[in-house]
Design a protein around this ligand. Structure first.
Ligand code: G
Ligand code: G
Ligand code: MN
Ligand code: NA
Length: 254
């Protein structure tokens, strides 16, 4: 089995699909959005984890066509969900550094929003801290262009990188996503709780939204809400699932 070869043909062979994980408001459990997560099922090897194939897609440049398919598919879904009660009104899409560095990235986003009829405010792009650090001036310009269109931007896995506070203040982003490694150890490690609390305070001071990832228990949800976290995502609320399954999800109260 040759992974690169298989990956090269996965898209045309329709082996990709997206799953969506609910994002909720902590105060009342209301569904506010969903994160799109790429899934690859190979006919003989079965499901292959994004942790395995995304790095390869980045190395080979295949992330460009794959990432475009993800963005188009997620925006088309977001457009279908607009105004429908009980459905996510915002869809978050992970974008890798290599995609954002394409000279025509903004044009691609404009084209896809127009083509799918997805309103800009219904799209959130998730970027990593390291991307912002590599080329801060370039990132500020790019994120500014997205912001002027109304597209939202979240910093994924926040707390695991080395964001400088002065850069963060200048970055036109909307949301900090607290990395799930902090959430999972909340009850066990006082230092971890201190970091999570600090990220929440930081977000509030900078007037950013803050979402906790990887929330698995009611205790974690209660702690986060008490500390002033706005939103949450994790198995406590729902696993990543096909778009159709949003028809049957029950809202989980905190
Ligand atoms: O659900 P999970 O195993 O899918 O995700 C593993 C990792 O893969 C996460 O870090 C997630 O951000 C990343 N990932 C999932 N889908 C995509 C995608 O469409 N594009 C990119 N660049 N990364 C993704
Ligand atoms: O890096 P990113 O935040 O995009 O990664 C999302 C990853 O986290 C996916 O692999 C997704 O399946 C996983 N995930 C989502 N919710 C939970 C959770 O509550 N617990 C754990 N352990 N993983 C989760
Ligand atoms: Mn993410
Ligand atoms: Na994350």
């Amino acid at each position: 089995f040759e992974l690169t070869h298989a990956l090269r043909h996965a898209n045309e062979a329709a082996q990709f699909r997206l799953e969506y994980q609910p994002q909720v408001r902590l105060s009342d459990g209301a569904l506010i959005g969903a994160e799109a997560l790429l899934r690859w099922r190979h006919p003989t090897r079965g499901p292959i984890s994004p942790m395995e194939f995304i790095p390869l897609a980045e190395e080979t440049g295949l992330i460009i066509p794959i990432g475009r398919w993800v963005l188009e598919t997620a925006c088309a879904q977001a457009a279908r969900w607009q105004g429908v009660p009980g459905k996510p009104q915002q869809v978050a899409v992970n974008v890798s550094a290599r995609q954002l560095r394409q000279a025509d990235f903004i044009q691609t986003v404009d084209f896809i929003l127009a083509e799918t009829g997805c309103p800009a405010h219904a799209l959130e792009l998730e970027v990593t801290e390291s991307l912002l650090l590599e080329d801060a001036e370039g990132a500020i310009e790019l994120l500014g262009a997205l912001k002027s269109r109304g597209v939202r931007v979240a910093i994924d896995d926040f707390g695991t990188g080395y964001s400088s506070l002065s850069y963060l203040r200048r970055m036109p982003v909307n949301t900090l996503k607290i990395d799930r490694s902090f959430v999972s150890e909340l009850g066990q490690d006082a230092n971890v709780a201190a970091i999570a609390r600090t990220v929440i305070v930081l977000a509030r001071s900078l007037h950013l939204d803050v979402l906790a990832e990887g929330v698995e228990t009611a205790e974690q949800a209660a702690w986060l809400q008490r500390e002033g976290c706005d939103w949450a995502q994790g198995w406590h609320y729902g696993r990543p699932m096909p778009a159709e399954d949003f028809a049957v999800i029950q809202q989980v109260l905190p």
